[in-house]
Design a protein around this ligand. Sequence first.
Ligand code: FES
Length: 70
Amino acid sequence: MPNVKIAVRPNGPYKITGPVEIVDAAGVVIPTDPNDEAIFLCRCGESAEKPFCDGMHKTCSFTPDGANPF
Ligand code: FES
């Protein structure tokens, strides 16, 4: 079975490595580039490309809150 790893980036997105499929709330697959070595999912809520990170966490100076320190 292939390994999938989800890593929390400090003050940034979730980094997912390994073969995964991202689906929306309706179960529709959200296309990803199979050549990318990782997928980055937004954790700050500010991305214009949700569910993917677009780097806005740097602009909004995202830091996890006390209830969700990861
Ligand atoms: S975590 Fe990067 S844009 Fe939200």
